[in-house]
Design a protein around this ligand. Structure first.
Ligand SMILES: Nc1nc2c(c(=O)[nH]1)N=C([C@H](O)[C@H](O)COP(=O)(O)OP(=O)(O)OP(=O)(O)O)CN2
Length: 159
């Protein structure tokens, strides 16, 4: 039987600041606001003969790099069924419930999310991280995203 072990990567430095609004329905959304999101991960890997499963520094660097890519942006949910987003010169023009909002493209990230929620961020980051872990022989990978202390969601991948 293969012995597995679980690494927990829960670093204070793994965070990103972003602006967003959650959409609740076709007619209800939050006002634009921001969070200091934090990201953590659980990695289940086979235990090597030398008492070593996977170099956690590799995962620390990957998570830090993913956080960096999201840091200080306005995050827009491109796959929301409730808003339409189009490019207009230097801006993204967003239509929701008869309102029109405009965001500078250089300040914004249009991500393949159905909503700008911790649930969707955790699935997005899980997929991003998995893409970098394809050759690592992992058994499980779970990614948590918190929008503040005590409120977070996670997404899980199992081999
Ligand atoms: N299932 C989810 N529910 C909510 C999400 C989410 O991502 N997934 N997000 C929000 C808001 O964007 C955000 O959390 C603001 O809500 P609120 O709790 O009012 O404010 P704080 O984050 O500052 O939390 P405090 O407890 O007030 O400190 C809402 N729902």
């Amino acid at each position: 039987m293969t012995r597995t072990t679980t690494l927990h990567i829960d670093k204070e430095s793994h965070k990103f600041s972003a602006a967003h609004y959650t959409i609740f329905s076709a007619t209800e959304r939050e006002r634009l606001h921001g969070h200091n999101y934090s990201v953590s991960a659980r990695i289940v890997a086979p235990m090597g003969d030398n008492g070593f499963a996977a170099d956690y520094n590799v995962y620390k660097r990957r998570i830090a790099s993913l956080c960096e890519k999201l840091d200080e942006y306005m995050i827009l949910a491109a796959d929301s069924p409730y808003q339409e987003i189009e490019e207009q010169g230097e801006n993204y023009r967003v239509r929701f419930n008869g309102e029109e909002m405009s965001f500078l493209k250089c300040d914004s990230l249009l991500l393949p999310l159905r909503n700008a929620t911790v649930e969707e961020f955790s699935h997005y980051l899980l997929q991003q991280l998995l893409a970098e872990c394809a050759d690592d022989g992992l058994v499980e990978l779970e990614v948590w995203v918190a929008s503040g202390p005590g409120q977070r969601a996670s997404a899980l991948w199992r081999q």
